[in-house]
Design a protein around this ligand. Structure first.
Ligand code: F6P
Length: 349
């Protein structure tokens, strides 16, 4: 019997999702398998929403942002019969394998379904946040960094003209990868991230030091997950009330840029403005690097299906695409290591 492979994209959308869908589908079709798209992440398997994928569906999607399958943050473990419905729909559709493209939440569900129910899943690491363990890079990150870097470059010229401090708030959830890498690339004067939280006082001191050297404009990059940290030890975050959390218990972040800008202006007297990049970082076409990475991940996922190597995730190690256990990949967040922050810090002030 021909294999019937399901493909699902879950969590926040991310540039390169369509490139993975194309690569998985192309390789599976070449092998004579059928491919069935699952609509809107895990919701599609809970509610039975599908879309067959053939040559026509994947034509022209390589450079397209978003996901042709749609996506949600549905967690089947959050409803009473969610998992049973996933298993029943999988069976009913005659699926023999499922390629799950997602970040820690979506892949965490895949890992549990494999461990607890033997569901034949293969994972592909997606997220602009680059916070997944067991892989050097997730696809989507390079595009987000490119967009953030371009924004920093543009803010530089207007900051310089007006002698202003420009605070740029970037995404990244609880890790500062986008902030650190785009901040280094864009020549930021101060970068604040959750993993190595410098204090508000230190940040202001760096800006004063810079102004004392005759530089009367500055770029400050802050990661959305940074909490305002004071030398007294007090912390203040901008996260919204728990009511604004998703089905995976993640609080909606955003807003720390405004708080930080106010602190900087009050403490230093320098005119300060804020830009929140938000979902712009996830939109539009993937960079060539992300298209290639997503394509290599997609082919690897299809090969893992072919080998019957389930419970695994395609991963990048150095320049090689390898497979790692899904359980290992979702066990902990990949944080920005001190060495990376030190590179950024060398240019503060
Ligand atoms: O995980 C990707 C991400 O873009 C985070 O950086 C951000 O905190 C979150 O998703 C935003 O989620 P939503 O699209 O639901 O607002």
């Amino acid at each position: 019997m021909a294999k019937r492979v399901g493909v699902l994209t879950g969590g926040g959308d991310c540039p390169g999702l369509n490139a993975v869908i194309r690569a998985v589908t192309r390789r599976c079709l070449d092998r004579g398998y059928e491919v069935l798209g699952v609509r809107e992440g895990w919701r599609g398997l809970v509610e039975g929403r599908f879309q067959p994928l053939g040559p026509r569906e994947i034509s022209g999607i390589l450079p397209r942002g978003g996901t042709i399958l749609g996506t949600t943050r549905t967690n089947p473990y959050k409803s009473d019969d969610g998992v049973e419905r996933v298993l029943a729909n999988f069976e009913e559709q005659g699926l023999t394998a499922l390629v799950v493209i997602g970040g820690e939440d979506t892949l965490g569900v895949a890992s549990r379904l494999f461990a607890e129910h033997g569901l034949p899943v293969v994972g592909v690491p997606k997220t602009i946040d680059n916070d997944l363990s067991a892989t050097d890079y997730t696809f989507g990150f390079d595009t987000a960094v490119a967009i953030a870097t371009e924004a920093i470059d543009r803010l530089h010229t207007t900051a310089e003209s007006h002698n202003r401090v420009m605070v740029v708030e970037v995404m990244g959830r609880h890790t500062g990868w986008i902030a650190v890498v785009s901040g280094i690339a864009g020549g930021a004067d101060v970068i604040l991230i959750p993993e190595q939280p410098i204090t508000v006082e230190e940040a202001c001191e760096e800006l004063r030091r810079r102004h004392d050297r005759g530089k009367d404009f500055s770029i400050v990059v802050v990661s959305e997950g940074y909490e305002l940290t004071y030398s007294s030890g007090h912390k203040r975050g901008a996260g919204q009330a728990p009511a604004a959390s998703d089905e995976f218990g993640h609080v909606r972040l955003g807003g720390v840029g405004d708080l930080l800008a106010k602190e900087i202006e009050d403490r230093t007297g320098y005119e300060t403005r804020v830009t929140v990049l938000g979902h712009v970082q996830r939109g539009g076409s993937p960079t060539p690097r992300d298209r290639v990475l997503a394509t290599r991940y997609g082919l690897k996922a299809a090969d893992l299906v072919e080998e019957g190597n389930f419970g695994q995730m395609a991963a990048l190690r150095g320049d090689a695409i390898v497979s790692v256990s899904l359980a290992e990949a979702v066990a902990e967040l990949k944080k920005v290591p001190p060495e990376w922050y030190e590179v950024a810090r060398a240019f503060f002030g």
